[in-house]
Design a binder for this molecule. Structure first.
Ligand code: S3P
Length: 443
C-alpha cells in the first residue's frame, strides 16, 4: 500500500472556475508503451500519463532491454524503440508493478510467452488483488505460472502458447487485454467473450500496430496472431483521462456558482458511464468541440453547478463507470434523496475495497450510507466534515474525498493519500487552479 501523505481539503470558498488540460489516459498510456515495446520499429507517443503506474510499466520494459527516450522533462512525450515480439531480454531482477493492476495483468499476457522465466510483484495492495482471473486463462493457453494462492509475487515461466476461446466471468478489460496480448504469441485463434463489454482501448490500439481484430455480432472478440506488430508511422496521441476529469466535473456540479471547462477529454463510449450517471443525477455537462484523436473521440466538457439528486444506477452502466464510483459516491452523499448502486462487487477488489472504504470515510464525514455486498445505498444531505479519514493508499478514494470536502461544513483530513501520484500527480495544483480548497499537509 502506498502509505503516507495527508491532504487537507475543506469547504470551497467560492464557485470553481477555469479551463483545465487534464493529463493523459492511464489505460491508453499502459497499452501504448506495451505495444510499442514489442513492435518492430520506433513509436512516438504524446500525451503519456507520467503517473507512477505507467512509469512502472515503462521501467519494466527498460529492464527487459527496451530503449525509451523521454522527449520532455514532464515525461508526457516519448520514443519507444520496439524490439519485436521476441526481442525482450530476461530481466536481472524481479519486475515491480507498484500499485498497478493494469500493469501486472496485461504484462502477464506478454511475459507468459517469452523465452525466459521471471518474477513479477507489486506493492502490498497489489499483492492482495486477484490474479487467478488472468493466471487461469493463461494456463489454458499453455502458460506456466506459479505462486502461492495465485497472488503476487508470481513466477512466470515463459512457454509456447496456443489460442483459446475464453469466456470471462467478469467484465474486465484487464482480463480481456491479458488474453489478447498472450494471443499475439499464440498458435491459432484466440477469442474473448465478456458478460458485458468493458473498455476497448486494446481492440482500438492493436490495429494501429498492424494487428487486426474482429468483434462479431455477438460481441465476441477474435484475434488471429499476425506474427508481428509494426510501429505506426504516425505518433500516438493519448487523449485526456476521463477518469481524472470526473473528479472536477463532480466538484463543479456540487459547489455553488461553479463553471469550468475540461479540455479534450476522452469520450470512449465504454468509459462514459459516469457522464450518464451524473447527468441522470441532474448535472449540467455540456459537450463541445467533439473531434477524433487517433482512434478515440474527445470533446471539451463544460460543467456548471446544478443541484443533484440521487438515482438508482442502472447495472448496465456499471462497467463503463467502474473507476468513477468513489467520485459518484461523493456526489451522492451531497445530492438530494436516495442513491443506490448494485451489481458493482468488482469495487471490492480495486486498489482498496472501494465500497467499504468509501462507506467508512463518508460515514465519518457525516453521511448516512448502507453497504451491500455489491454496492451501497445512501440518503444524500449535508457533510459535517471536521474529521480525519483514511484513503487506504487508494488514489481515487483520496481524490473523491477531497471533492466531497468542498461542500462539507469543516475540513476533512485525508490520510494515506500519496497514492494520488499513481494516476494523477498534478491533481492538487490543478484543483487549486479551479479554486478547490485542498493542499498537502506540510507538517
Ligand atoms: C483498466 C480496467 C479496469 C479499471 C482499471 C483500468 C484497464 O479494471 O478498473 O483502472 O486499463 O484495462 P478491470 O479490468 O479489473 O475492471
Amino acid at each position: 500500500m502506498n502509505v503516507g501523505g495527508t491532504l487537507i481539503a475543506g469547504p470551497a470558498k467560492t464557485g470553481l472556475s477555469g479551463t483545465l488540460h487534464i493529463p493523459g489516459d492511464k489505460s491508453m498510456s499502459h497499452r501504448a508503451i506495451m505495444l510499442a515495446s514489442i513492435a518492430e520499429g520506433t513509436t512516438e507517443i504524446h500525451g503519456f500519463l507520467p503517473g507512477d503506474d505507467c512509469l512502472a510499466t515503462a521501467q519494466m520494459f527498460v529492464e527487459m532491454g527496451v530503449r525509451i527516450d523521454w522527449l520532455n522533462d514532464e515525461k508526457t512525450s516519448l520514443k519507444v524503440y520496439g524490439v519485436g515480439l521476441h526481442g525482450l531480454k530476461k530481466p536481472s531482477r524481479m519486475l515491480d508493478a507498484g500499485n498497478s493492476g493494469t500493469c501486472v495483468r496485461l504484462m502477464m499476457g506478454i511475459l507468459a510467452a517469452q523465452a525466459f522465466d521471471c518474477v513479477i510483484s507489486g506493492d502490498a495492495s497489489l499483492q492482495k488483488r486477484p490474479m487467478k482471473r488472468v493466471a487461469d486463462p493463461l494456463r489454458m493457453m499453455g502458460a506456466k505460472i506459479t505462486g502461492e494462492y495465485d497472488l503476487l509475487p508470481l513466477t512466470i515461466h515463459g512457454s509456447k502458447l496456443h489460442g483459446i476461446h475464453h469466456t470471462s466471468k467478469v467484465a474486465s478489460a484487464q482480463v480481456k487485454s491479458c488474453v489478447l496480448f498472450a494471443g499475439l504469441y499464440a498458435q491459432g485463434e484466440t477469442t474473448v467473450t465478456e458478460p458485458r463489454p468493458s473498455r476497448d482501448h486494446t481492440e482500438r490500439m492493436l490495429p494501429l500496430f498492424g494487428q487486426s481484430i474482429d468483434v462479431d455480432e455477438q460481441g465476441v472478440i477474435h484475434l488471429q496472431a499476425a506474427g508481428k506488430l509494426i510501429a505506426p508511422q504516425a505518433p500516438i496521441h493519448i487523449p485526456a483521462d476521463p477518469s481524472s476529469a470526473c473528479f472536477f466535473a463532480v466538484a463543479a456540479s456540487l459547489v455553488a456558482d461553479s463553471n469550468i471547462i475540461l479540455k479534450s477529454i476522452g469520450m470512449n463510449p465504454l468509459r462514459n458511464g459516469w457522464k450518464r450517471i451524473l447527468s441522470d443525477m441532474g448535472a449540467d455537462l455540456d459537450l463541445q468541440q467533439s473531434t477524433t484523436v487517433g482512434d478515440e473521440e474527445v470533446a471539451d466538457i463544460h460543467v456548471s453547478y446544478q443541484s443533484l439528486h440521487g438515482v438508482h444506477v442502472n447495472p448496465v452502466d456499471v462497467p463503463d463507470a467502474i473507476d468513477e464510483f468513489p467520485a459518484i459516491f461523493a456526489a451522492a452523499s451531497l445530492a438530494e434523496g436516495r442513491f443506490k448502486l448494485t451489481d458493482a462487487e468488482e469495487l471490492r477488489v480495486k486498489e482498496s475495497d472501494r465500497i467499504a472504504v468509501m462507506a467508512k470515510a463518508l460515514r465519518l464525514a457525516g453521511a448516512t450510507i448502507e453497504e451491500f455486498s455489491d454496492g451501497a445505498s445512501m440518503l444524500g444531505g449535508d457533510l459535517k466534515g471536521g474529521v480525519s479519514i483514511d484513503a487506504h493508499g487508494d488514489h481515487r478514494i483520496a481524490m473523491a474525498m477531497a471533492v466531497a470536502a468542498q461542500c462539507a461544513e469543516a475540513d476533512i483530513r485525508i490520510e494515506n493519500a500519496a497514492a494520488i501520484a499513481t494516476s494523477f500527480p498534478d491533481f492538487v495544483p490543478l484543483a487549486q487552479i479551479l479554486g478547490m480548497n485542498v493542499h498537502w499537509d506540510a507538517s
